[in-house]
Design a protein around this ligand. Structure first.
Ligand code: ATP
Ligand code: MG
Length: 373
């Protein structure tokens, strides 16, 4: 059964363009894995290296325990759906889907029956099986591309931005169908996207990449609430970043951090990523972990703030507040007492919802905006 392992895989293109840098990765059998990262970070290169389209410059690829690094594409047993669907424009829908089974020289009757079955699974209207790709909507073409990848009958499915050409609503529908289908057929899937929402809602496991390297591997919850570094905290969902300073401990076992103009006891914060002896830190909070109230909280973990903007987002309301020179983003459920622009409020938090990182030397201003200690 297809588990996938990469050991020290690098891919460098002429001109010293590093697409992958020493990637170590392990994908479990029957897992729905979503590869998430910004444009150009190496997602497609990683899929193509697993598929055998790109030979790695360095390192090894294993599928189901077998070293496939030197094996051609057709012997790796993968089904791939490309970023730009890559349907054959001169072939009908049916012929496009029959491509894989035909290449495997299956009898014509079986080939046809596989194609029909896969088109049905991909919920493609069979009466359009004789249409050319150009005659189909983007959503339909996507379904054909999926049916064609499934028709390879391999249990490892590599999907490169399979939903990127669709409008939000259809994309949302199709991504859930895609996950259901993969689960129903017991396949292993590696699905590439740069949409963190798509990743969150479909993945068993998310792999976050940046600049050719793997930044974090974990469940959607782990990646969201326990980001491995500032890049992940920033790329996956929204976050507040506050610059802070650790107060000298003397003999005090507690961890006091000064940020937002006050000293807070952050002994319960997630601080495993802090290096020993760190003085300058970044304090990270997800916006839904901060609380706004009109009444002063009974504990000490609060700051005074003023509501600067209020945006209704359906289930949630997103507030931007100012506290001194800092900006704070808070999201809260859309019902209950609501705040208006100009209102004074208290922003409070539970210290265990904070994550601490070392203050990076550069590119920091981009994250933190106007916030100061
Ligand atoms: N065939 C190629 N020849 C030369 N350089 C390439 C080739 N394929 C990819 N690259 C380079 O490798 C890097 C990673 O590209 P890749 O296509 O893997 O990124 P990606 O994460 O899939 O981006 P996107 O989200 O835009 O699709 C980029 O700098 C790209 O220009
Ligand atoms: Mg790509």
């Amino acid at each position: 059964m297809p588990e996938v392992k990469l050991k020290g895989v690098s891919k460098t293109f002429p001109g010293n363009v590093v697409a992958l840098h020493k990637v170590d990765l392990s994908v479990k059998d029957k897992d729905y894995v979503v590869l998430l990262g910004p444009s150009g970070c190496g997602k497609t290169s990683l899929l193509k290296t697993i598929a055998g389209i790109y030979p790695p410059t360095e390192g090894e690829v294993f599928i189901s325990g077998r070293n496939v690094t030197r094996l051609p594409i057709e012997e790796r047993g993968v089904g791939m759906m490309f970023q730009n669907y890559a349907l054959f424009p001169h072939l009908t829908t049916e012929k496009n889907v029959e491509y894989g089974p035909t290449m495997r020289e299956l009898p014509p009757k079986e080939t046809k029956s596989i194609a029909h079955k896969m088109l049905q699974l991909a919920k493609f209207p069979l009466e359009r099986a004789n249409s050319l790709p150009i005659e189909l909507s983007g959503g339909m073409q996507q379904r054909v591309a999926l049916a064609r990848a499934l028709a390879s009958q391999s249990s490892l499915l590599l999907l490169d931005e399979p939903l990127s050409a669709l409008d939000a609503k259809i994309g949302e529908e199709l991504r859930l169908e895609l996950r259901c289908l993969v689960k129903k057929l017991g396949l292993t899937a590696i699905h590439v996207t740069h949409s963190q929402e798509e990743a969150m809602s479909t993945a068993d496991t998310i792999i976050v990449m940046n600049q050719g390297s793997v930044m974090q591997v974990g469940s959607p919850e782990e990646v969201y609430f326990n980001p491995a570094n500032l890049f992940v905290a920033d790329f996956v969902g929204e976050a507040n970043f506050f610059e802070g300073e650790i107060k000298p401990a003397h003999s005090n076992p507690k961890l006091f951090v000064r940020f937002l103009g006050k000293d807070f006891d952050l002994s319960k914060a997630k601080s495993s990523k802090l290096s020993r002896g760190a003085e300058k830190v970044v304090v990270v909070f997800r916006p839904e972990k901060l609380v706004i109230s009109k009444r002063k909280p009974y504990h000490e973990n609060f700051v005074h703030a003023k509501i600067e903007s209020r945006r209704f987002m359906g289930e949630k309301i997103r507030y931007e507040l100012s506290s001194g020179a800092s900006q704070i983003v808070v999201k809260r459920m859309g019902f209950g007492k609501s705040f208006q622009v100009g209102d004074s409020a208290f922003v409070s938090f539970d210290a265990s919802d904070a994550t601490l990182f070392d203050l990076p030397r550069e590119h920091w201003e981009k994250l933190v905006g106007r916030q100061t200690v």
